[in-house]
Every structure is written in structure tokens, then in C-alpha cells.
Design a protein around this ligand. Structure first.
Ligand SMILES: Cc1cc2nc3c(=O)[nH]c(=O)nc-3n(C[C@H](O)[C@H](O)[C@H](O)COP(=O)(O)OP(=O)(O)OC[C@H]3O[C@@H](n4cnc5c(N)ncnc54)[C@H](O)[C@@H]3O)c2cc1C
Length: 452
């Protein structure tokens, strides 16, 4: 097996003696998010030579924690861990990381629904509970049809794949408050509107949520989820090459070109890029993959010197019909008087808002409207726009109508020397769990290929 250097096309002579041929590496992993890091550590532990090429100057990809000066933290990307995220929890335990319990958003008396400029506790909207129960029953019906197996094996998969959540909502004929609350929940979950989510996707995701029961979105990693990535990266050391952006790949030949013109050649490529980013470097990417929908938007987190929302008897959770979408406290359970509210800006209007230069000021103004006095307490802030981030170009895969059945086989197959990994390729799509599982699966695939 070859070494781990980056080769320039003209700088090496191959074993066969051809000038201009880069030396052949064993495995090149593209992307140092959880999928790439998991694949690389599994292969390294199996004795293989691996390099990981990453365009950013940090590992973790869409897992990126923000530390405030006083030690509090918030998540710019992946935040919540479910009880059924067994790979995430196993990795946390292996790395000696503790989980923090999520305390907010569980009580309808302390969560607000902001409609028509008037925020009120969910319990005050009398028609809401019945409508929400009907909606949940409809989602459960979809989940029953999808079950816990592969989503493409769902009962009536084609019919579900073609229909949207908007179709389902129309059939239920819900009241106005429920339409606001559910519309917001759909956008928070999928980062796009209900017309862009297939019923197959929704049944699949509901079935995954149900597998955690009360443990759905119940944990975060103490001091930041990005320690999961950093812990894996520590095991890889110099094998990770940061700040190296891939500009093109040739899966058949196993070639990878970097921005500086260097070319790598490998027996195996594991490519973990989100599909919109992958489409920019893989000229022959199948149309079925190019068509897969992605959520759009980002997050804004603002630290307040005091948790003023508690003064109003609230836990900081707000769902709004306005473009900023949804708010929650990111620091529940964390030490200190200060507290951080995170706004999740999702779908078309949220994605447009988070891209504006004065987004944070606008959100602080909205928080002031809901919790008067907050503005004077606002301090440090972090804004993250995942849609305009060149290495993501979106938040995570959300399969729209007609997309999942066509894309699924293309996500699982091998292309010449390349296998795909990343959250979008896994049953736990859209989650850290999916990223880790996909990386392990890609590594196992490479190891199997080499058994003669
Ligand atoms: C706002 C938001 C909220 C989320 N909330 C949750 C949550 O609550 N719970 C949860 O479990 N998950 C959540 N997720 C999803 C989770 O973050 C992802 O599923 C997971 O991190 C994806 O990991 P990955 O390795 O597949 O991809 P990534 O982390 O995107 O890794 C791919 C890597 O490839 C690199 N790359 C891209 N282009 C190139 C190139 N040309 N050359 C070299 N490298 C390149 C990227 O920089 C990146 O590091 C959320 C994501 C977002 C954005």
C-alpha cells in the first residue's frame, strides 16, 4: 500500500513507469464530517492506508458547535440526539463524553405559538389539541405503512412517494392555528415546506421518531456535539488534510483533483459530500441524485445575560408564522445566569432571511417583541447560513415527491472505484446517526471488495 502524501500529476512515476500518473493510494475519503471520519477510522483500525481530504479548515462538517466566552455553547448545525441513535451514543460513550438532557419544548403551557403578532401559550388555543392529534394520527398511519425496514419496501411505496405532505394537510382540513403550528413543525423538521416533502419521506421519518418514544430529541453532547468529530479526528491525526477542496472526481479511474491542481489516485474512493456539493465535482452524477431535495436555511444563536423568558414563565420555545420560524433555548441545563436562544430559520423565507446581513438584529428585535426587555440583555451571537455554505449548499436531504424510490438504489451502489457515504445514503437520513452508520457501511464495503 502506498503512503499518505498528496501527489501532483507531474511529480511521480507509477509502478508501471508512466510519467504523469500519480502514485496509487489505498483509500481516499472525501469529507471530514462524521461519515468520512467514521469510515476513515474504521479502515485505519483495519490496517488500511487512508487519507481524508477536507475543504474546510475544521473537521465535523454540519456538526459545528459554538462556544461563548463564558463557556456556554450552542449548536450551529446538528443539535438533538434521540434515544434510538445508538451509533451516536456508543461513540459518545467510547470517547468519554456525557450527554445533557434536553429540558425545553416539552410543556405546552410554557411554549408559545406566535400568530398575527400575538404570542400565546399553546394551551390557550382551544382547537389546537384536537387538530394536532388528527395530524399525528395521519402521520402514524404513514409510519405504519413504512414500518421499520427499508423505506423503499413500504406498503404502497410508489403511491406514497408521489404524494406530498401538502396533499395530506389539505385532506385533513385543519383550523388556522393548527395550520400555522404544523406548517412550522414540518419546516423545522424537513427545512422545506409540506409541498416539498413526500409522504414516503414523512412516514419513514415518523417511524424513526417513534423508535425513540419519549427519548425523541432528548439529548445533546455536553459542551458541544462537535466533540464527536474531534474525537474521531484525533485518532486519524495527519491522515486528515484540511483546507483541500476537491474540484473533480473520476470514479472509474479513482482520480481526485484538488483546487491546487494536485491529483490523487486511489484504489477506493469514499465520497461523503452532500449531494448538492457532490454535483459540482462529479460531472456524471446520475440525474436521480441531482434531483434529490435538500432542506435550506440556518441558525442564529444569541446569548442574553439573563434568561428573561423565564421571568415570563416561559421556557423560550416559540413557533412563529413569521420567517424566523422557531426559537428555543440552547442552554437549558447549562450553568450560568446567561442563556442562549437559537432561531432555526427554515424553508424559503427562513433561508432568505438568514442570508441577509442584518439578520441577527432583526431576530433580536423579534425576541424583544416576544420577551420585552430582552434586547438590552443581548450579547454574543452566532449566525450560520447552511444554504450558502459552499461545502453543504443546504441542510440535509429531504426527499420530495417522486425522488426517493428513484434515488435510493443510486445511493447504495458502487461507481467504479467509488462508494457513496453521508447521511443522505442511510436509513437515518438527516441525522448524525445516518452519517456514522453510512461511514461504517462504506468502510465495510471497501474491506469486502478486497477479499479475494
Ligand atoms: C441546521 C441543521 C440542523 C441539524 N439538526 C440535527 C439534529 O438535531 N440531529 C441530528 O442528528 N442531525 C442534525 N442535522 C444533520 C447532521 O448535521 C448531518 O446529518 C450530519 O452531520 C452529516 O454528516 P456527513 O458526514 O454526512 O456530512 P457533512 O458533515 O456535510 O460532511 C461532508 C464534508 O465534506 C466536506 N466537503 C464538501 N465539499 C467538499 C469538497 N469539494 N472537497 C473536500 N471536502 C468537501 C464538507 O466540508 C464536510 O466537512 C442538522 C443539520 C443542520 C444543517
Amino acid at each position: 500500500m502506498s503512503g499518505t502524501g498528496v501527489d501532483h500529476p507531474t511529480s511521480h512515476t507509477s509502478a508501471a513507469g508512466d510519467i504523469n500518473e500519480p502514485a496509487e493510494l489505498d483509500v481516499v475519503v472525501i469529507g471530514a464530517g462524521l461519515a468520512g471520519l467514521r469510515a476513515a477510522t474504521a479502515l485505519t483500525e483495519a490496517g488500511r492506508d487512508v487519507i481524508v481530504v477536507e475543504s474546510r479548515d475544521r473537521v465535523g462538517g454540519r456538526v459545528w458547535s459554538h462556544a461563548f466566552d463564558d463557556g456556554q455553547w450552542a449548536e450551529r448545525g446538528a443539535e438533538f440526539i434521540d434515544a434510538a441513535h445508538t451509533e451516536v451514543l456508543a461513540l459518545a460513550a467510547e470517547l468519554g463524553l456525557s450527554t445533557a438532557t434536553v429540558l425545553i419544548g416539552r410543556d405546552d403551557r410554557t411554549s408559545l405559538l406566535d400568530v398575527g403578532g400575538r404570542p400565546a401559550p399553546l394551551t390557550l388555543h382551544h382547537s389546537l389539541a384536537g387538530d394536532l392529534a388528527r395530524w399525528q394520527a395521519a402521520l402514524d398511519g404513514l409510519a405504519d405503512r413504512v414500518g421499520t425496514g427499508d423505506p423503499v419496501d413500504a406498503i404502497g411505496a410508489e403511491e406514497l412517494d408521489d404524494a406530498t405532505l401538502a396533499d395530506l394537510l389539505r385532506r385533513l382540513d385543519l383550523g388556522v392555528m393548527a395550520r400555522v403550528a404544523i406548517g412550522r413543525d414540518v419546516r423545522t423538521e424537513y427545512m422545506v415546506g409540506p409541498e416539498q416533502v413526500s409522504q414516503l419521506m414523512a412516514g419513514w421519518m415518523t417511524s424513526l421518531h417513534r423508535s425513540s418514544g419519549e427519548g425523541y430529541e432528548s439529548m445533546r453532547i455536553e459542551r458541544g456535539n462537535d466533540q464527536l468529530a474531534n474525537g474521531l479526528a484525533d485518532r486519524l491525526g495527519q491522515r486528515i488534510q484540511l483546507g483541500r477542496s476537491v474540484t473533480s472526481i473520476d470514479p472509474e479511474a479513482g482520480l481526485v483533483t484538488l483546487t491546487n491542481g494536485a491529483v490523487l489516485r486511489a484504489r477506493h474512493l469514499i465520497v461523503t459530500l452532500p449531494l448538492p456539493a457532490l454535483g459540482r465535482v462529479w460531472a456524471a452524477m446520475p440525474a436521480e441524485l441531482a434531483a434529490v431535495g435538500y432542506g435550506i436555511g440556518g441558525k442564529v444563536s444569541v446569548q442574553f445575560s439573563r434568561r428573561i423568558w423565564n421571568d415570563y414563565g416561559r421556557d423560550g420555545s416559540v413557533r412563529s408564522e413569521r420567517a424566523w420560524g422557531e426559537l428555543w433555548e440552547a442552554t437549558d441545563g447549562q450553568n450560568g445566569d446567561a442563556g442562549v436562544l437559537t432561531a432555526l430559520l427554515s424553508s424559503n423565507d427562513g433561508a432568505a432571511l438568514v442570508a441577509l446581513p442584518d439578520t441577527v438584529g432583526r431576530i433580536v428585535d423579534e425576541i424583544e417583541r416576544i420577551f420585552p426587555g430582552a434586547k438590552g440583555l443581548a450579547g454574543q451571537r452566532a449566525r450560520t447560513d447552511w444554504t450558502n455554505d459552499h461545502a453543504s449548499l443546504g441542510t440535509y436531504a429531504t426527499f420530495g415527491p417522486g425522488q426517493l424510490l428513484k434515488a435510493w438504489p443510486c445511493l447504495q451502489r458502487r461507481y467504479g472505484r467509488m462508494v457513496l457515504a453521508g447521511e443522505h445514503t442511510d436509513r437515518w437520513a438527516g441525522y448524525m446517526e445516518g452519517a456514522l452508520r453510512s461511514g461504517a457501511r462504506a468502510a465495510a464495503h471497501v474491506l469486502r471488495q478486497d477479499i479475494v
